[in-house]
Design a protein around this ligand. Structure first.
Ligand SMILES: [Zn+2]
Length: 156
């Protein structure tokens, strides 16, 4: 089914009861929506929905399955986007957390990273990645893989 936040059509319906749908989206993660939230989200611009994706990621991170409904959809749609440095920090921390050994090759292909940095355009990750590269916090390995440098692990 279509995710009302990122519009990916591969979202999986987990449950549906009393007008509330629980779904699991590859990008936005698990969440519920109900009431008039669907209509509000459908007409919201992409940048606003991207902010909501980052908010869902924040809550998923602590194990909760958030609900978007009439009581909070307007507040969610008026949230400010993450500052660029916060996006860069999130990406570096995530890469550092994946580095269970120094120099481990890592990829940036997971759609969950889009939600983490608050974008619905996967290519935005390349810009953030370039920023980390320019600072020497990550290094290009080969074939679309990256590794976190010693400096990057300290910064993360
Ligand atoms: Zn989604």
């Amino acid at each position: 089914m279509e995710c009302p936040v990122c519009f990916d059509t591969g979202a999986r319906e987990v449950d549906s009861a009393g007008g509330v749908v629980e779904l699991d989206c590859k990008r936005c993660g698990p969440f519920r929506y109900g009431g008039g939230a669907w209509e509000e989200l459908k007409k919201a611009p992409e940048n606003k929905r991207a902010v909501i994706a980052s908010r869902l990621w924040d809550q998923n991170r602590f194990g909760s399955v958030p609900t978007i409904d009439e009581s909070n959809v307007d507040a969610l749609l008026s949230m400010q986007p993450l500052p660029f440095l916060e996006r860069a920090k999130r990406l570096l921390i995530d890469l550092a957390e994946q580095s269970d050994r120094l120099g481990k090759p890592l990829q940036l292909s997971s759609p969950r990273l889009d939600a983490m940095v608050g974008t619905l355009v996967h290519n935005d990750l390349a810009h953030i990645n370039q920023f980390l590269l320019d600072r020497g916090w990550i290094e290009d390995v080969v074939g679309g893989y990256w590794k976190v440098t010693g400096g990057g692990l300290i910064s993360g």
